[in-house]
Design a protein around this ligand. Structure first.
Ligand code: SF4
Length: 154
């Protein structure tokens, strides 16, 4: 069993009320191989919501108090992102799950690459807040593209 970003399984939890559905992940969902979670919804944010990015660093920096998460209208939404990450970790611990496949580039779920906080499409190296917390606690995190490549699906 793996956790998966819920938007990859057709759940309309993206900031714009849409999803990132992919056939392979829908198959894994139907086969009972994955548990879909959306950290931003678990953290208490509404859907739809304003797009968000990490300002001044990465998810690891947010967890350390050195950076914050802001939305496109300038509100500080850091507490929602930290809470969502903690909720994901708590569910995974309770369920004994130690692997997660996460949607690339998200300020929550992004693995190894995230937007730079300028809302201009520029990427920097680093994890989103949830990916950083899971990694810190020894959970294997994949971004969706690398996972599919590993499986030989792309
Ligand atoms: S927080 Fe993660 S699961 Fe939720 S919509 Fe964003 S990328 Fe998908």
């Amino acid at each position: 069993m793996r956790v998966i970003s819920a938007c990859l399984c057709g759940i309309n939890c993206k900031y714009n009320g849409d999803n990132n559905q992919h056939d392979e992940f829908m198959k894994e969902l139907r086969d009972g191989q994955v548990l879909p979670l959306c950290p931003e919804q678990l953290g208490g944010l509404t859907t739809p919501r304003s797009a968000c990015e990490i300002e001044g660093g990465t998810g690891e920096d947010v967890l350390a108090g050195r950076a914050r998460v802001i939305n496109a209208v300038g509100d500080d939404v850091t507490e929602f992102f930290v809470k969502g990450a903690q909720e994901c970790l708590a569910v995974m611990r309770q369920a004994g799950i130690d692997e997660a496949v996460l949607q690339r580039r998200s300020p929550s779920c992004g693995v190894e690459k995230i937007y730079d906080g300028s809302f201009s499409g520029h990427l920097i190296a680093g994890d989103g807040v949830t990916a950083a917390l899971l990694r810190k606690h020894g959970i294997k995190v994949w971004n969706d593209e690398d996972y599919l490549q590993h499986k030989g699906e792309v």
